[in-house]
Design a protein around this ligand. Structure first.
Ligand SMILES: Cc1cc2nc3c(=O)[nH]c(=O)nc-3n(C[C@H](O)[C@H](O)[C@H](O)COP(=O)(O)OP(=O)(O)OC[C@H]3O[C@@H](n4cnc5c(N)ncnc54)[C@H](O)[C@@H]3O)c2cc1C
Length: 455
């Protein structure tokens, strides 16, 4: 199979690297791609950092493997190829009353990508990570064999592949459990919080009665208003919950997004003056009193604008997502937000969610506590500032999300993810020669090192 030479990046457009891109159309092509050593799978490129890029080496786009293989309308169990996107699944199955059970904040992710980052949604404290809706995966290993992995068979491979950043093999297909829905709408409520303490109290107060929760936090608030924002909570809507005019088509699909950013905005537009109106708009949207929202607005508001990532200019941006334990959360988050507010780095968007405790992949990100996702445009000050934040998060016993990271160093990663040793024993068993390798795996030493071979 031939490759093309092209430049590639994650969703944050940072870093951008040259790569040899392979585009298999079927399983046999994927096996041929294994001849190209030091290779990494790529889905829809929605990871923000360097997870699905491989500088000067091989990147295999698996979006051509997007066939639906089997579906049971009674149980909602779907088997599909790993390049199938959540958007494909919604388009086909929402009108039949089934929806992805766990979804991140964009539907433009593949099943392979959702598995490799063990993604989470707005209900992690109830649903856990993506692994919880997957029954079985089919993985092509470095030697060309295909292996079925589940909680019963090759359980080590199963648990290491979720959150394993594509570094154990090409996931070819998966059997996943969809969730029954009566409508494609959600009942929702917006709660304004004047500061961080009120915000965390609101999360705890509404925990029991609402399945989904997410908060927009004003990145410009300081002092006594630090942590001010709007918490949005919601549940799946029944037909009776809908206003009369929506009841005739309760499983309505959204129309495809038509708005788009056709070019990169100039870097100069990213300053404290532009962050203000952007966040006033966010505040107004989040505070909307509409009692019902379609899944498109409820789960995927950013999908409405194609290529919105170009708004951060050609230098790109990072999405810095971290989690810290519930204990001392107010004190610790205050420390982190104050540090950010007093820095030269401008936080553009700031989202807060709650995590629970659940079974998940070995290198998966969540832990019981609170997670922040903050967009920072890339500037010359950013790497040193992020390194300082990483140290703070580590000292608070928290960690940074590998599925979005672009800057963590190896030593800090290893301190944040002590399970990496267990993961490396599985890597050594299934990919001893590091056929699967990427920018992030080399940056964090997620590779089998001959001199450090684990016995
Ligand atoms: C607007 C937006 C909102 C988001 N919200 C959330 C959120 O709420 N929660 C969350 O957890 N994440 C979130 N993300 C991140 C996103 O869900 C993940 O990065 C997801 O993994 C991207 O999937 P992808 O198909 O684009 O994979 P890519 O970004 O292309 O690749 C991601 C990883 O998957 C691996 N991979 C891809 N396909 C395969 C395969 N078939 N076999 C083996 N490995 C494979 C790649 O090697 C890479 O390591 C968001 C991203 C965006 C842009």
């Amino acid at each position: 199979m031939l490759y093309t030479n092209q430049e590639v990046s994650g969703w944050g457009n940072y870093p951008v690297v040259p790569t040899h891109m392979l585009k298999p159309k079927n399983t046999e092509d994927v096996r041929e791609a294994l001849a190209y050593q030091k290779n990494i799978a790529r889905g829809l490129g929605r990871s923000y950092g360097d997870q699905a890029i491989n500088a000067h080496l091989y990147t295999t786009s698996l979006t051509g493997l997007n066939h639906l293989l089997d579906f049971d309308q009674q149980t909602g169990i779907l088997t599909c190829q790993a390049g199938t996107s959540l958007a494909d699944i919604i388009r086909t199955f929402a009108p039949r009353g089934w929806f992805p059970a766990i979804t991140p904040g964009t539907k433009f992710v593949t099943i392979g990508g959702a598995i490799a980052n063990d993604v989470h949604g707005k209900a992690h404290h109830v649903d856990g990570t993506f692994m919880n809706c997957v029954l079985e995966i089919n993985v092509m290993l470095a030697d060309g064999s295909t292996v079925k992995a589940s909680r019963e068979e090759h359980a080590d491979l199963f648990r290491a592949t979720f959150g394993g950043l594509g570094l154990l093999g090409f996931v070819l297909s998966a059997k996943i459990q969809l969730k029954k829905i009566a409508t494609t709408y959600f009942t929702k409520k917006a709660i304004k919080a004047r500061n961080l303490e009120e915000m965390l109290e609101a999360f705890e107060q509404y925990d029991q009665d609402y399945h989904y929760s997410v908060a927009w936090i004003d990145p410009l608030a300081k002092g006594r208003s630090l942590g001010k924002g709007v918490l949005t909570i919601g549940n799946m809507a029944s037909v009776a919950d809908l206003p009369k005019k929506l009841q005739s088509d309760p499983l309505k699909l959204a129309s495809e997004a038509k708005l788009g950013l056709p070019f990169y905005l100039p870097n100069i537009s990213l300053n404290r003056l532009t962050v203000l109106p952007l966040n006033r708009i966010m505040e107004a949207v989040q505070s909307s009193k509409a009692p019902v929202a379609h899944y498109e607005q409820f789960f995927y508001p950013l999908d409405a604008i194609q290529h919105w990532n170009r708004g951060y200019g050609k230098r790109g941006f990072i999405q810095y997502q971290f989690v810290i334990p519930t204990e001392n959360a107010v004190y610790n988050i205050t420390k982190i937000l104050s540090r950010i507010a007093n820095s030269q780095c401008i936080p553009f968007l700031n989202v807060l969610k709650k995590f629970g405790n659940s079974d998940q992949g070995i290198l998966a990100f969540p832990m019981e506590g609170y997670t922040f996702a903050i967009d920072f445009p890339v500037t010359k000050h950013l790497p040193a500032f992020i390194a300082a934040l990483d140290q703070m998060i580590m000292e608070m016993n928290g960690r940074v999300y590998l599925g979005k990271d672009a800057m963590l160093d190896e030593a800090t990663f290893k301190a944040m993810y002590p399970h990496y040793k267990e993961w490396l024993t599985v890597k050594e068993k299934y990919d001893p020669h590091n056929l699967f390798s990427s920018n992030i795996s080399r940056r964090l030493e997620l590779e089998v090192m001959p001199e450090k071979a684990l016995v």
